[in-house]
Design a protein around this ligand. Structure first.
Ligand code: SIN
Length: 293
């Protein structure tokens, strides 16, 4: 079976701005992902550059800045331009600088972080609004890309009756799912965070609706029977798993920084390079409000 044009989705295609005063932007797909040149992230941004980066980030959802040479403080300073830095719930397990999540995979790793579709830390009552991953070592074999999926488009691809059904619902997001279930970490006292968020969310900056459940953290839809909830979530996850049109793919070069809008995307690291290694550091920015319908 192959895809055919679906008129209800095509009708909602928008032409996204690609022109910014202080940046050069090369898009990865027509709706998600852009490479950005013309800005040195090791230096404080001017107000004009910060305005353009913010607008390009809202427009393209995930920005990749190639050829950046940053130390940890410069990485954090760029992130702080957008808010306070987030401390990951698993940080006591990882140790080190509590604002930096080391994303390191070697031949001895039991897992690579984020090797499944997810939105970062949606178990938090106010999940991070964005994350910045700075990759300095890519696998010698190639591979180690990251996929990003556009949750505005996922929402638009639902039929009108399905949108109406999902519209009033909320879902629970549970940190124990990935952190204990997948990564086998020992939970902190009181357990990992659990939070309820609407299934359909309105982005606070763009004002557009998007689908806000993810295989990584969402445990169930509140108010549905367990088998009903599993069936609905599986249908939504299958839409994401099986629709390449939702994605862009970041093919990392060493010393690139990706900045994604965690409020309207999901991502999936691809561990296709064992026994080779990959190294990066991620900082996330605390959200300024909970996801709202
Ligand atoms: C993550 O989920 O933040 C890690 C993504 C990656 O390593 O590509």
């Amino acid at each position: 079976m192959f895809n055919v044009r679906k008129t209800n989705v095509d009708a909602q295609f928008e032409v996204i701005n690609q022109s910014y005063e202080t940046l050069e932007v090369e898009t990865l797909t027509p709706h998600i992902g852009a490479k950005v040149r013309g800005v040195d992230l090791s230096q404080p941004l001017t107000n004009e550059q910060a305005r353009d980066v913010h607008q390009a980030w809202i427009d393209w959802k995930i920005l990749v800045f190639p050829n950046q040479h940053l130390n940890r403080d410069q990485h954090k300073a760029f992130a702080r331009r957008w808010g306070k830095l987030h401390v990951h719930p698993m940080q006591p397990t990882y140790g080190g600088d509590e604002e930096v999540l080391v994303v390191k995979t070697t031949r001895d790793s039991a897992y690579t972080s984020g090797d499944g579709w997810h939105t970062d830390v949606t178990c938090d009552p106010v999940p991070p609004l964005g994350s910045m991953l700075y990759i300095t070592e890519t696998p010698a074999s190639g591979g180690g890309d990251t996929l990003f999926a556009d949750m505005y488009l996922a929402y638009q691809m639902l039929s009108d009756p399905m949108k109406e059904f999902l519209d009033p619902l909320a879902a629970e997001h549970d940190g124990a799912g990935p952190y204990v279930g997948s990564y086998k970490s020992t939970p902190p006292e009181g357990g990992y965070p659990k939070s309820q968020h609407p299934v359909i969310v309105t982005h606070p900056d763009s004002g557009k609706k998007l689908l806000y459940v993810n295989r990584g953290f969402t445990s169930h839809i509140v108010g549905l029977g367990r088998s009903e909830s599993n069936a609905v979530l599986e249908m939504l996850y299958r839409l994401i798993d099986s629709t390449p049109r939702l994605y862009c793919r970041v093919d990392w070069e060493p010393n690139s920084l990706a900045f994604w809008d965690n409020r309207c995307t999901q991502h999936h690291a691809v561990w296709d390079y064992w026994p080779n290694s990959r190294y990066g550091e991620r900082v996330s920015i605390v959200g300024d409000q909970p996801p709202r319908h």
